[in-house]
Design a binder for this molecule. Structure first.
Ligand code: SF4
Length: 233
C-alpha cells in the first residue's frame, strides 16, 4: 500500500482494538507494537489447521447442510465508504448471498463485541466488493471449535460506521482517548506503555531513533490528552 493509501484507509483489525479499548487503538495508530505472547503464536497454528480442513470441506464449516457454490480464503477487502482495509479469512458463496467467516484464536460461550463488530465490518466490505447480500457472518472460535453465526443487522452497520468515523477523527486530531482502566488491562499488550513506563514504550517502538521519538511523542500526547479536570485554567 502506498503512503497515500495508508493515510486513507484504516486497518479493519483496529475496529476490534477500538472496541476493546479506544486507547489501545490509539497506540496502534501511533505505531507502537503490541506485545506478542506464546499463547498468540499457538492460536495462529491452530487457526491454520482449521483453515486447511475447511479447504477440503463441501459444506459451510461442516455445521450446516447448505451447499457451497464457491469459497475464497484470505480475501483482501477495501472500502471507500468506510475507509477501511483488511483481509478476511473466508467468504462463501451460498448461491443467494455470501457468508463471511472470521477465525479467532479464542474460546468462550459467546463472541466478544469487538469480534462481532470487526466481522460486521468485513461483511459490509464484502458486500461492497462482491455486490451480493451477506446472508450471515460467522465468528469462529478455533480453540473451542465453535461457530457463532450472526445476522448483519442495521444497528451493527450503524455501529461500524460510527467506529470508522470515530477512529479517523482520533487520528486526524491526534487525540489520545481517556484510559478506561479495568480488568481488561491485565491482558492488554500495551499495558506497560499505558502505565507510562517510558523505557517499555521505547522498546515497543523498536531499536534506534523510532523508539526514542515514540517515547517523547507519547509524553506529549499524554500531556495534551490529560483530562480537562486536571488542566490548569
Ligand atoms: S492498559 Fe487498559 S486502558 Fe491502557 S490501553 Fe490497555 S486496556 Fe486500555
Amino acid at each position: 500500500m502506498s503512503e497515500d493509501e495508508e493515510a486513507k484507509y484504516i486497518p479493519v483489525k483496529w475496529v476490534e482494538n477500538y472496541t476493546y479499548c479506544p486507547r489501545q487503538f490509539y497506540f496502534l495508530a501511533m505505531g507502537l507494537r503490541e506485545r506478542q505472547t506464546e499463547f498468540m503464536a499457538e492460536g495462529k497454528e491452530e487457526q491454520e489447521g482449521i483453515e486447511e480442513k475447511e479447504r477440503r470441506r463441501q459444506t459451510v464449516l461442516a455445521k450446516r447442510k447448505e451447499k457451497v457454490v464457491q469459497r475464497w480464503f484470505d480475501v483482501p477487502l477495501k472500502s471507500d465508504q468506510l475507509g477501511l482495509v483488511g483481509q478476511v479469512d473466508m467468504i462463501i458463496d451460498v448461491g443467494d448471498g455470501i457468508v463471511v467467516v472470521d477465525f479467532k484464536d479464542a474460546s468462550g460461550s459467546r463472541p466478544t463485541d469487538g469480534f462481532v463488530y470487526q466481522t460486521s465490518a468485513y461483511s459490509m466490505m464484502a458486500e461492497e466488493r462482491f455486490g451480493k447480500p451477506v446472508k450471515s457472518f460467522i465468528v469462529y472460535y478455533v480453540k473451542s471449535d465453535k461457530a457463532f453465526e450472526l445476522q448483519l443487522t442495521d444497528s451493527l452497520r450503524r455501529h461500524v460506521e460510527f467506529v470508522a468515523r470515530r477512529m479517523r477523527m482520533i487520528i486526524q486530531r491526534e487525540e489520545i482517548p481517556y484510559a478506561q482502566r479495568g480488568k481488561r488491562c491485565t491482558s492488554c499488550g500495551f499495558r506497560y506503555a499505558c502505565r507510562g513506563r517510558l523505557w517499555e514504550i521505547r522498546k515497543m517502538g523498536g531499536s534506534g531513533t523510532t523508539g526514542f521519538y515514540l517515547m517523547w511523542g507519547y509524553c506529549l500526547a499524554m500531556w495534551i490528552g490529560r483530562p480537562e479536570s486536571h488542566r490548569e485554567n
